[in-house]
Every structure is written in C-alpha cells, then in structure tokens.
Design a protein around this ligand. Sequence first.
Ligand code: ZN
Length: 96
Amino acid sequence: MDKGKTTSKKRKESDSPTQSPKSKRKLPTRSLAWNVFTRLEDDDSRCSCNYCGKTYSCNPATGGTTNLNAHMKKCKAYLDHVESGSQNVILTVGGT
Ligand SMILES: [Zn+2]
C-alpha cells in the first residue's frame, strides 16, 4: 500500500551566505549620566536624579552633563545602589 503522497515539495531555499558586511552603526556613546538622570518632560533643559530626585540643569548650552556627572560622584542614593549589588556597573565618570 503505497501512499501516493510523494509530493514533498521541499523548496530548497538557496542558502546563499547572507553575510552582509557588518556595518556597525556608531551610536553616540551616551553619557553614563543618562542611566542616573531622566530628562524632565515639561522642561527638557532640566533632569532629575533617578535615585534621589534632585533636579539639575542639563542644558547643553550651560555645561550639559557636567553637573550631572558631579552629582553622580556624591549622590548617596546612587552610590549606595552601585555599591550594593550591581558590581557590573562600570563607573567611568569623567572624560568629556
Ligand atoms: Zn542623586
């Protein structure tokens, strides 16, 4: 009893090597400050610390994230968070 079902239409998709040259988009390295601060919705020239709630000016015209980085170094709530637990967080304050 041969079942005449030999219609195994297996389409051989030509597996052409889809090796497109990996062109990694260079995303602008966002400042670490943006892990800590959130821009205020009603005033995007200010942002608040996610950990202690303090607000700072983050207007690029007036120094940008400089004062944010400064705050990160002394924000008790943030430092506590960094020290307690997530040791994967690499603190690279400074640079620009
Ligand atoms: Zn803070």
